[in-house]
Design a protein around this ligand. Structure first.
Ligand code: ZN
Length: 444
């Protein structure tokens, strides 16, 4: 668990151990409200094991900070007075997630209840620009989010930058981003300096950077569709393919913090050259660049990085729907490769859920692709192929924003007991996805 460095939960003048206990208890009550819903102070005391006086004091502090509020009167029992319930608030608290990707930047602000406060995306050919120029644009976008927070009376408590890269989290540095062509870029320092120049003061909240797939996994684990699933693999599938792996309720980072680079598992030594310099990495077979390459010639509109990604994917969708043979073949090959790599990951990590982020086009235009994945994972006819979160923002942005909220509220992800099942749940992040239960169960 990361303890916030912001003044939000500042220890004040209390002895360190006393302050730590109180902070931990604040987090406990907040988490309990988030997971269990509105309830009286007395019920919170019984369910958390804290005494009533402590709970009253903690709730008062949460209300003062805008994190909780009084709700309806609870009339549960026949004995005693009706009790005032307490519920999660957090509408005035925002976590900011900024995603830097190959051909776009996006920002998303979520409040403590996981509601979208602000979101915006701009197309940008990041690969073609110097890192300094990109950081200018990132800071401009982040500044717009801060302006909107100020207008709405939302206090930002953290900003997290999501980058498809090997990231030195502690130093705030992108060590290597093959698809952005970045090496040793001080992203956190660069953004803080630019925001300070914009407003005349350094941000009063922590600014962090992390690998996009790690953030997507943490975001899903904390507040997403598979929240609390302690063994979870999250795949991000844009141009680069990354994996965030949660094992036993903890993010797997590896010795140097660079684990999860599943897109660079070499599946075809004779295949296409990857951004990392090798050939036939998984992401050359299943990433969007691979899909576009297989689906269209070099000067085709779908291979124009200056064009917004959604518009390019829309072209792919349209062509698939009209039965374009080359597009359908490309989608089919990507689906088969997705299943191949996913089965490797399932065998290595034995997760309870595998979340396919960024597979919207595959699922929407060619539902049979999800069946290919399901079959590769060994799903039987009755296994569930589930839907992901019904939120439109990218998982990386959402993960970054959620991580900002979770880290800075000092709320650890929920740890629920997992039910045992023979095979992991497969989850696609597309809202109302056509690869849902009925489709998969009837055809698999
Ligand atoms: Zn590679």
């Amino acid at each position: 668990m990361t303890v916030s460095s912001s003044a939000w939960f500042a220890a004040g003048r209390q002895p360190a151990d006393q302050a730590t206990v109180r902070r931990s208890n604040l987090a406990l009550v907040l988490r309990h409200l988030r997971e269990a819903g509105p309830r009286s102070r007395a019920r919170i005391a019984v369910e958390t094991g804290l005494n009533k006086g402590t709970v009253s004091s903690l709730v008062a502090e949460l209300v003062e900070r805008g994190l909780a509020r009084d709700g309806e009167v609870e009339r549960g029992g026949a004995i005693g007075r009706p009790a005032q319930s307490v519920e999660l608030d957090g509408r005035r608290i925002g976590g900011i997630g900024v995603e830097i990707n190959v051909d776009y930047l996006s920002v998303l602000v979520l409040d403590l209840r996981n509601s979208v406060v602000f979101e915006h995306r701009v197309a940008l050919d990041v690969q073609a620009l110097a890192a300094d120029v990109v950081l200018d644009a990132v800071s401009e976008l982040a500044g717009r989010a801060l302006d909107e927070c100020a207008r709405l009376g939302v206090a930002p408590i953290g900003m997290t930058l999501a980058v498809p890269a090997l990231v030195d989290v502690e130093a705030g540095v992108v060590a290597f981003a093959p698809n952005l062509h970045w090496r040793q870029v001080g992203v956190v320092g660069g953004v803080i300096d630019r925001l300070a120049a914009r407003t005349g003061a350094r941000p009063a909240f922590p600014v962090m950077v992390d690998n996009d797939a790690n953030l997507a996994a943490l975001g899903e684990f904390a507040m997403g569709s598979v929240a609390g699933t302690c063994d979870l693999v999250y795949l991000t599938g844009a141009t680069g393919v990354g994996g965030g792996v949660i094992v036993g309720g903890r993010l797997l980072r590896g010795a140097e913090g660079f684990s999860g680079e599943v897109g660079h598992i070499q599946l075809d030594p004779a295949g296409h050259v990857c951004g990392c310099g090798r050939r036939g990495c998984w992401e050359t077979m299943v990433g969007l660049a691979g899909l576009f390459r297989m689906a269209a010639d070099e000067h085709d509109v779908v291979r124009n990085p200056a064009l917004d990604l959604d518009r390019r994917l829309e072209v792919i969708r349209r062509r698939a729907e009209t039965g374009d043979a080359r597009t359908l073949d490309a989608l089919s090959r990507v689906g088969a490769a997705l299943g191949l790599g996913a089965s490797v990951l399932v065998n290595v990590f034995n997760p309870r859920a595998l979340v396919l982020g960024g597979c919207e086009t595959l699922a929407q235009t060619e539902p049979r692709n999800m069946l290919r994945v399901a079959r590769a994972l060994g799903y039987g006819g009755r296994r569930r192929v589930g839907e992901g979160p019904a939120s439109a923002p990218s998982a990386q942005s959402a993960g970054a924003a959620r991580s900002s909220v979770v880290r800075d509220c000092n709320v650890s992800p929920p740890r629920r007991a997992s039910r045992r099942s023979a095979t992991p749940r497969l989850s696609c992040t597309r809202p109302r996805c056509s690869c849902s239960t009925s489709t998969a169960a009837s055809r698999a």
